[in-house]
Write a protein that binds this ligand. Structure first.
Ligand SMILES: [Ca+2]
Length: 284
């Protein structure tokens, strides 16, 4: 997929061929970090900041009106974002009553996108996000993501990305809904930019609740799913892109050529849920 569109709004999809491995979280449990790796406070301590999504805090979050250029079948509308009665942020993909033209693209669906850019960012530390990404078998063409951009716009961390199932890339996103992709990008907008990408197979579908953790400092990025380490880099060419603080983004893009366009197995509606975000600032 394109790596050269405008970096200002980019959520780039790249073919996961450069560095990709598929493995079971259970199989790598022995690589869980030792206590000496713990750069940040344990989850049992009181978070520096948290949002349980019992209401929508517009001082921290914005519901976006947006279409990524890779989103060919839909756009994100504020109306597709809501808070459920049980305290979840819900991003909902639904079929439009009538097809329409949005930002020069004919679209049939609307989804949700919430970001904190310009309102709230987090510095080095640990961020836990508890989420249900996409239902299994009825979410074709929906590309849902939990991700972060550095305030310098140089770096991007994709903590969890999923293409709905079924899709055109079952090697990465199998039909049982267990596929997750994690990526770190540096030097956005430069065609030869370094990036690291990993694919993981969860033991249970991404349609179930999982806790996705980003643990970062100026010298290291670690990602975990349900407490099990899935990604780590200390590459200085990557880390130099993370000199600012991170905004937080939850998005749904709809229909792209690599993963799948929408179709008969795209549920109407199809939801992504976020239960909470918790942040622990790294010790000074
Ligand atoms: Ca909640």
């Amino acid at each position: 997929m394109s790596k050269n569109h405008s970096y200002t709004y980019s959520k780039r999809r790249t073919a996961p061929a450069v560095v990709s491995i598929a493995l079971s979280l259970g199989a790598i449990a022995t690589t869980a970090p030792t206590p000496s790796d713990a750069a940040t406070p344990a989850a049992s301590s009181t978070p520096t900041w948290a949002d349980d999504f019992n209401s929508f805090d517009s001082t921290k979050w914005e519901k976006r009106l947006f279409r990524d250029k890779n989103s060919l079948d839909g756009a994100d509308f504020p109306e597709q974002v809501s808070i459920t009665g049980d305290g979840h942020l819900r991003l909902r993909v639904g079929k439009l009553p009538e097809p329409q033209i949005f930002w020069s693209q004919p679209i049939t669906h609307a989804g949700g996108y919430v970001w904190s850019r310009g309102k709230h960012t987090v510095g080095p530390g640990r961020i836990d996000v508890r989420a249900k990404l996409l239902p299994t078998g009825s979410s074709t063409g929906i590309w849902t993501a939990i991700w972060f951009r550095d305030t310098t716009l140089n770096g991007e961390i994709d903590l969890a990305e999923m293409i709905g199932t079924p899709n055109k890339q079952p090697k990465y996103y199998p039909s049982d809904g267990t596929g997750i992709q994690q990526t770190v990008y540096a030097n956005m907008g430069v065609k030869s930019d370094p990036y690291h990408q990993r694919n993981f197979t969860l033991k249970s579908p991404a349609a179930e609740w999982h806790v996705y953790t980003l643990d970062w400092s100026r010298s290291q990025i670690i990602m975990r799913i349900d407490g099990v380490e899935t990604y780590r880099t200390k590459d200085p060419d990557i880390m130099k892109a993370f000199s600012g603080s991170l905004d937080i983004r939850f998005s749904q893009f709809i229909g792209e050529n690599w993963g799948s366009r929408v179709g008969a197995t795209t549920g109407n509606p199809t939801d992504t849920f976020i239960d909470y975000v918790r942040y622990w600032k790294a010790p000074a």
